[in-house]
Design a protein around this ligand. Structure first.
Ligand code: IFM
Length: 471
């Protein structure tokens, strides 16, 4: 059941510069996070929040199909209603202002804006025009992701990311949206987390489309990255003033022992999670070690593909959530060995801010051409509840503070990091886990659609108000 949303009263401006008291969140005075040119925002994605999957000409997506397949999503949950953001977007954008965020990262639903023949769907495009227009009126920077996993089902029916043609369809979609939305977008990301699309979607089958073949994963990745390169060309031609880049998820792997085999296992973990995406983008080749890990899975690469993929980017979006401790599996791979006694989130993910710092510093050393970085997602799931009108999410407050401190350390070590986006603005549909994991700084009651700003949101708002007051 969905009723009208109301926003629980909160006072995000509590604690002005004059009255400020140390709290559990505000960064120390020497943190780079106080710098005016360091952008702070919140992120969401279309399928996770919009709902309205049958409205205004939206076509079915692979996540509609996957989540409707029994056994694929916990409790059989789907994105059919999600946060009903498609109808509540105006009050949701007001939350961004209440929280004093300076930027908003959203994704466009590909099946909403293009029909099967590649023609624009005016109603879908109009939705994003109005939304981006409102963000601009509010003075927020707009970070738009083109592909955050909701592939139109008709493209999946023709082979999805295993079909090279899908890369060209992504470029058509980039071309169309950037022509329609020119001037409204500050930053375009072609893909969100291609590792998840390729590996979880094609090797493990935990994500749509649910295929399970390692060979498929490397070919799917190649076509995703090819689509990225082609899309950057279209974006540059249509919207030269905006930034263009890609958002990837990164995994920190540490070795379970000093033994060389375990050290090698940790290296291979990071090759599989990080270099698989970064090497083609920044070096123009796939890491050879990847095919030691997965022998015989080399993708079919046509002449010129690697040049297209390694097109220069204005930024790299980095998403980070946890560290994995691994040991050698005795052959040429790795096995995870969960550490005892470490802090974990609702999803069992280890809280490890050092991993974020170390990855960023490592990338800066490995890739001489690393573009400026935005932390495009960081956050944690907890089982938050509204009690007496408030949501106490103290674990999240400490998590965000510690990860922002890790970002500051990376900046001080010389990494060019320009901003940080908390995942997520709202509790939302967490893919195969359904709605139980709550990542938002705003709580969503899925029965009533009431939004309640969590304590983390209040403290972020207070910090951002102080930052603004300092000028
Ligand atoms: O919810 C996801 C998001 O869609 C992509 N990055 C990771 C988040 C948490 O799992």
């Amino acid at each position: 059941m969905i009723h009208d949303a109301t926003i629980a009263p909160t006072d995000p401006h509590a604690g002005s510069a004059a009255t400020s008291q140390p709290d559990a969140f505000t960064p120390p005075a020497d943190s780079s996070l106080w710098r005016k040119d360091f952008l702070l925002g919140a992120a969401t994605a279309s399928y996770q929040i919009e709902g309205a999957i049958h409205e205004d000409g939206r076509l079915p997506s692979i996540w509609d199909t996957f989540s409707a397949t029994p056994g694929k999503v916990v409790g059989g949950q789907t994105g059919e209603f999600a946060c009903d953001h498609y109808h509540r977007w105006e009050s949701d954008l007001d939350l961004l202002t209440q929280l004093n965020f300076e930027a908003y990262r959203l994704s466009i639903a590909w099946p909403r804006v293009m029909d099967e023949a590649g023609r624009p769907n005016a109603k879908g495009i109009d939705f994003y025009k109005r939304l981006l227009g409102r963000l601009k009126e509010k003075g927020l920077k707009t970070f738009v992701t083109l592909y955050h996993w909701d592939l139109p089902q008709h493209l999946e029916d023709r082979g999805g990311w295993l079909n090279r043609d899908t890369a060209y369809r992504l470029a058509d979609y980039a071309d169309l949206t950037s022509r329609k939305l020119t001037g409204q977008v500050d930053s375009w990301a072609t893909l969100n987390e291609p590792w998840c699309s390729a590996y979880l979607g094609y090797a493990e089958g935990r994500h749509a489309p649910g295929r399970t073949n390692g060979r498929y994963a490397t070919q799917a990745m190649h076509h995703l990255l090819l689509g990225h390169g082609l899309s950057v060309q279209a974006l540059r031609a249509n919207d030269p003033r905006s930034q263009k880049g890609l958002v990837a998820n990164f995994g920190r792997g540490t070795a379970n022992s000093e033994h060389p085999a375990d050290q090698r296992a940790a290296h291979l973990f990071e090759v599989q999670h990080n270099a698989w995406v970064l090497d083609p983008l920044l070096k123009g080749s796939y890491p050879e070690d990847l095919f030691e890990l997965w022998p015989g899975t080399e993708p079919l690469v046509l002449e010129g593909d690697m040049e297209t993929i390694s097109v220069s980017m204005d930024f790299l979006g980095a998403n980070y959530y946890f560290r994995s401790n691994v040991k050698s599996d005795g052959a040429h791979g790795f096995t995870e060995v969960p550490l005892e006694g470490v802090e974990r989130t609702q999803l069992g993910w280890e809280v490890n801010p050092d991993g974020l710092r170390d990855l960023l510093i490592g990338f800066n050393r490995t890739y001489a051409n690393l573009p400026p970085v935005y932390i495009t997602e960081n956050g944690m799931a907890s089982d938050d509840a509204v009690v007496g009108g408030r949501v106490d999410d103290s674990q999240r407050i400490a998590f965000l503070k510690r990860h922002m401190a890790a970002v500051d350390e990376a900046i001080k070590a010389g990494v060019d990091i320009r901003g940080y986006f908390v995942w997520s603005l709202l509790d939302n549909f967490e893919w195969a886990y359904g709605y139980a994991p709550r990542f938002g700084v705003v709580h969503v009651d899925y029965d009533t659609q009431q939004r309640t700003i969590k304590h983390s949101g209040e403290l972020i708002a207070k910090f951002l108000a102080e930052r603004r007051a300092r000028g």
